[in-house]
Ligand binder design. Structure first.
Ligand code: UDP
Length: 327
């Protein structure tokens, strides 16, 4: 669909800024709402001069114009959320409130005129389910409420419930995308994400910190692929009312990732193992494996991830080269 009006909440964040760029590139107009909590204005520097971009630096919880912005949009991409394991452990109240109340507000605004909403969710909703690969209808296995790590998964699961309920009960066209460890330039390591941390450590010649034994694995997805899947799903009527894994299906252990980053960065950093209770907090529960089944995504929009891991890592290394040390 050419020339849509879109709204991207969290549009100055890591995935949001790449999505905003791609939407502008495709000829659409984009209104961004972002409170710059983890997002940054400079993430949109490359498109700041675009006449089709409007940025509103405000919280989706408070912005009085939200209803108006939703009314003006053909599609709302709801990416504003508190993300990152470390941030969640540090600020549990904000995490829960931003994620649940923010999504509630966006959905209520969208219900007024039945606007399409794409909700960004996460593979975290599968929790400790280590079935390989994970399908969209597999169980979420969450830990106890006494471990605040699980509040993130739980808050995003509520967002999904809410989105699906708005679709069923109020006819709002909702699409849910579950991102699996998306990586790329502009992702920051401060909130715990492994790839920017390893890249910055490697470039600074500092020890690369593998948490636990490093045999845990993940399936990393380049942000360009994640964005392409998101836009594709948002334009396909068959995606409405459905949940999709968005990922590559490739698996790598964290030990292998550390070695790969070190090699590609030409670094001599030592790779060290840090026990979980030192890395996070006592009793922290990590996930051993997390690999998506991407059959549904492929069958619905004929999508498969194209960017291989080395290409992604090289882009990220290029992004961080010359920037200040680990943050
Ligand atoms: N991790 C690590 N070193 C770090 C940061 C993270 O070994 O400096 C590990 C972390 O324990 C997990 C994996 O890398 O096993 C992915 O962590 P991330 O926070 O990026 O994503 P998630 O846990 O949400 O998959």
């Amino acid at each position: 669909m050419a020339g849509m009006n879109t709204l991207v909440t969290g549009g100055a964040g890591f995935i949001g800024s790449h999505l905003t760029e791609a939407l502008l590139e495709a000829g659409h107009a984009v209104a961004v709402v972002d409170d710059l909590s983890t997002g940054r204005g400079e993430n949109l520097a490359a498109v700041a001069g675009s006449a089709r971009l409007r940025a509103h630096w405000a919280s989706i919880l408070e912005d009085e114009r939200l209803q108006e912005l939703v009314d003006e949009a053909d599609v709302v991409y709801h990416l504003a959320a508190a993300v990152g394991v470390r941030l969640i452990l540090e600020r549990p109240v904000e995490t829960i409130e931003t994620n649940i109340l923010g999504t509630d507000r966006v959905l209520r605004s969208a219900a007024k005129e039945g606007k399409k909403v794409v909700i960004a969710s996460t593979s975290e909703v599968y929790g400790k389910n280590d079935r390989v690969p994970l399908r969209e209808d597999d169980d979420g296995v969450l830990g106890p409420t006494t471990k605040s790590r699980w509040s993130y998964a739980c808050s995003k699961a509520i967002d999904e419930f809410l989105g699906l309920a708005y679709h069923r009960n109020k006819g709002v066209p909702v699409v849910i995308v579950r991102y699996f460890n998306t990586i790329g330039p502009r992702q920051i390591g401060r909130y715990g994400m492994v790839v920017p941390r390893f890249v910055q450590q490697a470039l600074a010649g500092e020890p690369i910190t593998v948490f636990g034994d490093g045999h845990q694995s993940r399936s990393f997805t380049d942000v360009a692929d994640a964005v392409r899947a998101t836009i594709g799903l948002s334009l396909d009527s068959r995606a409405v009312g459905e949940v999709f894994n968005v990922g590559s299906g490739r698996e790598i252990t964290i030990n292998e990732l550390a070695a790969r980053v070190r090699d590609l960065a030409g670094s001599r950093s030592e790779i060290v193992h840090v026990p979980y209770d030192r890395a996070y907090e006592a009793g922290f529960e990590d996930l051993r494996r997390r690999v998506p089944d991407v059959t549904k995504l492929r069958e619905t929009i004929d999508f498969s991830a194209e960017v291989d891991l080395d290409t992604s890592l090289r882009k990220i290394i290029g992004f961080y080269r010359g920037k200040p040390g680990p943050s």
